[in-house]
Design a protein around this ligand. Structure first.
Ligand SMILES: [Zn+2]
Length: 251
């Protein structure tokens, strides 16, 4: 039987020990300093870490169906489908942007009362420290010939203004040329936008009172087309806003 002295075999030389010790100490120091300088959000400085959080709010839900379309479909369902598609696209193409939803199904987590409902959405955004807020809605009008999408923002919100223009540009490029422009909540108050302290955009994706637009908005392919172009605008402008390189542009 041959005895091997494995302990001896792996004994480290003193200079290696000192080196490893120094390396561990500096690693701990770097991590500690990063933790302090990023306000505890160390992941934000890592290349694979989170750069910002987008809160997506599908309008209405549960007891509140929203507007009822010309074909009988509910606004809350189309809002949810587009909202989830925006989030899915972002999570797939730019996982450094964290996505959260005020609701991700027809279930709601707040009381069935309009003012509390709206407040809960704004509170949720603040409690979760979201950096950007996007609400998805559908419009309706007595005049059923009206069609197209609108962006509601605060007048001082340059970021959401840029996002709304980028969405319009993206949608124009794919032939969905129905931009009705930007409306300021100072003229047309909307609780969930007016009460946000962060960049907040409420996107009215189209008129469900218009039969033809309602028909399009009910189809998955158009929901995805709208969602994808909203998501692309957010990815580009969030990364730009955070001073981070856009990896999606490389391919
Ligand atoms: Zn609505």
């Amino acid at each position: 039987m041959i005895r091997t002295n494995s302990r001896k075999k792996y004994k480290l030389r003193p200079w290696v020990k000192i080196g490893l010790g120094l390396f561990s100490c500096s690693l701990v120091l770097v991590l500690l300093l990063s933790f302090v300088f990023t306000g505890g959000q160390i992941s934000s400085i890592l290349p694979w870490g989170k750069v910002a959080t987008l809160c997506i709010d599908p309008g209405h839900g549960g007891y509140d169906v929203g507007t009822i379309g010309a074909d009988g479909s509910y606004e809350k369902d189309i809002n949810l489908a587009i909202a989830l598609a925006v989030g899915d696209y972002i999570e797939e193409h730019e996982p450094r942007i964290e996505v959260m939803y005020t609701r991700d199904s027809d279930e709601i987590s707040w009381p069935e009362e309009e003012s509390e409902d709206l407040k809960a959405r704004v509170d949720f955004t603040a409690e979760n420290n979201a950096d950007y807020y996007l609400s998805i809605h559908m419009n309706s009008q007595e005049d059923t010939s009206q069609y197209g999408y609108e962006s509601y923002i605060r007048q001082d919100d340059d970021f959401s203004y840029e996002v709304s223009r980028r969405i319009a540009q993206n949608l124009d490029e794919v032939g969905w040329e129905y931009d009705r422009g930007v409306i300021y909540v100072e003229q047309y108050p909307l609780y969930v936008v007016s009460h946000q302290k962060i960049p907040a955009l409420l996107f009215e994706a189209g008129y469900m009172s218009n039969y033809s637009e309602c028909h399009d908005l009910s189809q998955t392919k158009y929901q995805n087309l709208i969602a994808e172009n909203i998501a692309k605008a957010y990815i580009e402008l969030i990364l730009e806003d955070q001073g981070i390189e856009d990896d999606t542009k490389k391919d």
